[in-house]
Ligand binder design. Sequence first.
Ligand code: SAM
Length: 283
Amino acid sequence: MEKLSNPQVTIEIIKKYDFAFQKRFGQNFLIDGHVIEKIIKAADISKEDTILEIGPGIGTMTQYLAEAAGKVYAVEIDKNLLPVLDETLGEYDNVTVVNDDILKVDIKALLGDDGENVKVVANLPYYITTPIIMGLFENHIPAKSITVMVQKEVALRMQAGPGSKDYGALSLAVQYYANPYIVANVPPNCFMPRPNVGSAVIRLTKWDNPPVKVKDEKLMFKLIRASFNQRRKTLQNGINNSSDLSFTKEQVVSALKEMGLSESVRGEALTLEQFAKLSDLLG
Ligand code: SAM
């Protein structure tokens, strides 16, 4: 069939199946072939690769993925899209559609041996961007890269460094696991229906080894979350007020002193390396 990236083809399919867009599932379908080509190029896909696509929608990007990759696993929560996908992906025998919630799927079990060469590619449902990305990292899915469309503001946060207004817990978490690179900005008119925020494609290339060494990864992330919980407060207050942590004021002040940092330093001034050091000193 003709590609769904042609808006007319998308309109016809939507009408044929009397499909009603579900806002609660973040359904904004791509209708721009150039944008999809940019995503495919940034994801650097070959026939050796298996792709995990999160939320195929009516299959617009899946059609391109099926042509470029060896295999595609597409996980879609909305069961009303299954008959549509049957038609739009009917000609591809390398696509497996799974009707499930990506936050509940056992991805390792789903991919089996194909998981070794997996790359994640998606136009993400924006309401669950962070849990999806963090789930992929924390469950140690062996994906080499994650190339995704996200809200522009979130892409900026993922890529931000210390001192920037966008820098925060998400920047540090993403950068601990991967090297982020914003590939393109995408305006609302590339989607149907149009989202009311700007979007961006970001590629997260997984590090072979984390860029910093830390004794207790979990403690470091607790410290990071606590430090950014109350943005306008000092890092010391954030840590002392956290219900997740039980360090005394003296312990925190002494660790900061040892690192050559002021008592009144804020979380946004610390690099990933400094958070790792702080965690090792407190742990
Ligand atoms: N890939 C399609 C495209 O680019 O046109 C659709 C992208 S749309 C932004 C997000 C898709 O994710 C929708 O199809 C939505 O139903 C699906 N989705 C939302 N929440 C999901 C979840 N928890 N698990 C799997 N898919 C989900």
